[in-house]
Design a protein around this ligand. Structure first.
Ligand code: FES
Length: 623
């Protein structure tokens, strides 16, 4: 097969790819990831690039083409603009937490008991009258001095045991991982320990992945790293990624490889920065939604998407890192936290564990504002959950100028009600390229308050504002004119975008109402609301209530809890009992399937206004 060169500007990187390769894959070969929210189906329009030269001929006035639909048939030079790239995300890490996790309320009535411990052992030396094997000698020591019986040992630890024991003159440090009463020696060092006992907590999000390195002795986060999930190149939401798996022979393999690569890169970053050896990491706890967990473990996710929406498993086996290709100690134990159902996964059970809502009498509403829109309502007696498929609008997908929360994304907006002047703030103090989720919520709220849109989301012809105009896709409001933007294009919100956002916020609100109806409670019965998720942290509550995304409750009932998924994973790392508890949480949460009956649909239709068709539900916010 012929190969052609593709040069990607502005980096001026050249790669050679087989004829017929699409430009997304060509760019990937060069290490440049292009956005592909629709999984290369040519429907999202987010993968735009410009062809600058084709077969040696310059194309100075070329328009943007879709990289996923454009195949390499000649040598090419292309420009991949910033707005089409998957670049650094504003990822919510938890390294801001200065305190030890041991201060967390979870440990009020549970003892700290990490999954991994380092034990320093001074063994009795053998002689002709005591020729017990090295391993039995270790076992005996652990039984007598630490009360650990039946300890297992990994084969790689066993292989080096005899030499290390002698290297340390029979003084050794054992790294032992205990999972549900089963203890295993994962690593052996000669002499006293030269680093603390460590573990990794990982949040495998659909959009972003976060890795936290924890000192399991003092419960402190040593370091944190996060980036976008490389699976994004195969679709921005879980459904398009399942479809990708199903429609491509090696689809699942590619998706698993992408997420493992993402995790490995993050692990590499934190280990190198902190001068820690891979072999020193004996355990990793991962929290992800059900689809992410399946793909991470290389389990086909096909049936999650098909009625009656059944996952392959909701509790997952402990796997060794080498089976998954994770670059830590090859015998390290990898725990994947349990799910509830196809669309309520380990990230949510982990979040519930971290909020302590399953132990509290207070009626708590847990909202994860993301594509899946998972909700949990309940207390120590009962818990119900649902997933209201808000869609990826809040992640910027399906929105004309929508983008993820990365540099150049508008995340705050103010519109002057008199002059219609617009003030915006973009992440990283960059020139605006597009709008991210929090910016979209501000836009909707501000456009409503300044009379640019009506409650049904129609853009009104209000006077002479040059910002309201007819665009290619109907009426639109210009937030930033091309001259002030980072892409040289106007940043607009179209009437179609507004309808998409109304559907997304309507789905979440309808999910909340349906759960409340199911348990025959009123919204006022809710004692507190926790907003989870990386993006949740940037939402302005007043605006979210103003547009009808969140219920109209007093502001002091709301709390942001950040990345509760990784937080729960850290608690599991620090407490063996938490693993039993999170399984109990996954068993105790009753999943409500919203597609059964008309309740959710009725609620959804009523929520397709701003804030709602029933304004009595929003009296506090002054409608
Ligand atoms: S249109 Fe190319 S990835 Fe969606």
């Amino acid at each position: 097969m012929d190969k052609f060169s593709v040069t990607i500007m502005p980096e001026n990187l050249t790669v050679y790819v087989p004829q017929g390769t699409n430009l997304i894959n060509a760019a990937k070969t060069a290490g440049i990831d292009i956005e592909s929210p629709c999984g290369c189906r040519g429907t999202c329009g987010k993968c735009q690039v410009k062809i600058i030269n084709l077969g040696g001929v310059d194309c100075p006035d070329s328009d943007y083409v879709l990289a996923c639909q454009t195949r390499v048939e000649k040598d090419m030079v292309i420009e991949a603009p910033q707005f089409s790239r998957l670049t650094k995300h504003k990822v919510l890490l938890s390294s801001e937490e200065k305190e030890s996790l041991l201060e967390h309320g979870y440990f009020k009535d549970v003892e700290v008991n990490p999954l991994c411990k380092k034990i320093y052992a001074e063994l009795d030396k053998p002689d002709l009258t005591d020729s017990m094997s090295d391993l039995d000698r270790v076992r005996m020591h652990l039984m007598k001095n630490c009360g650990i019986e039946d300890v297992k040992i990994s084969i790689s630890a066993l292989r080096k045991l005899s030499n290390v024991v002698r290297e340390g003159d029979f003084n050794i440090t054992l790294t032992i991982v205990t999972i549900k009463d089963s203890a295993e020696i994962i690593n052996i060092e000669a002499g006293k320990p030269d680093s603390p006992s460590l573990g990794l907590a990982v949040d495998i999000g659909t959009t972003t992945v976060v890795v936290n390195l924890i000192d399991t002795e003092n419960g402190k986060i040593i370091d944190s790293a996060g980036t976008y999930n490389k699976q994004s190149a195969y679709g921005s939401d879980v459904i398009s990624r399942i479809v990708y798996c199903d429609e491509n022979d090696n689809g699942l393999e590619l998706l698993q490889k992408a997420v493992i690569e993402t995790i490995n890169e993050l692990i590499d970053t934190v280990l190198k920065k902190n001068k820690i050896n891979k072999s020193d990491i004996p355990v990793m706890v991962c929290a992800g939604n059900t689809v992410m967990s399946h793909m991470f473990l290389n389990m086909p996710p096909t049936f999650i998407r098909l009625e009656p929406y059944v996952p392959g498993a909701s509790k997952y086996p402990v796997v060794s890192s080498k089976d998954l290709g994770i670059n830590i100690n090859p015998d390290a134990k990898v725990i994947t936290l349990p799910s509830v159902a196809s669309y309520v996964g380990g990230d949510i059970t982990s979040g519930v564990l971290s909020t302590l809502m399953s132990k509290s009498e207070l009626l708590t509403l847990f909202i994860d504002v993301g594509t899946n829109g998972e909700l949990v309502l309940g207390n120590s007696d009962w818990m119900v959950s649902c997933s209201c498929s808000a869609g990826p609008a809040f992640e910027g997908s399906g929105i004309t100028c929508g983008m993820r929360a990365m540099d150049g994304a508008i995340d705050w907006i103010e519109i002057d009600k008199e002059s219609m002047e617009v003030k915006v703030r973009a992440i990283g103090n960059k020139k605006p390229l597009g709008i991210c989720g929090s910016g979209l919520i501000y836009s909707l709220s501000e456009m409503l308050d300044s009379g640019i849109i009506d409650r049904a989301g129609n853009i009104l012809e209000n006077g002479s504002s040059i910002r309201v105009r007819m665009g290619n896709e109907g009426k639109e409001f210009v937030l930033v004119f091309a001259k002030d933007s980072g892409s040289g294009r106007d940043v607009v919100v179209t009437e179609g975008d507004i309808k998409n956002l109304i559907r997304a916020k309507g789905a979440i609100f309808a999910g909340i109402r349906t759960m409340l109806q199911q348990v025959e409670l009123d919204v006022d019965a809710i004692d507190r609301v926790y907003i989870a998720g990386g993006f949740g942290n940037y939402i302005n509550i007043t605006d979210a209530v103003n547009i009808g995304l969140f219920p109209d409750l007093p502001a002091d009932k709301y709390a942001y809890i950040g990345n509760s998924s990784v937080h729960g994973a850290m608690l599991v790392l620090l407490c063996q009992e938490a693993l039993y508890e999170i399984e109990d949480i996954s068993d105790r949460i009753t999943y409500i399937e919203l597609s059964i009956g008309n309740k959710f649909m009725d609620e959804f239709i009523s929520a397709l206004f701003i804030p709602h068709t029933n304004l009595n539900l929003f009296q506090r916010c002054g409608v």
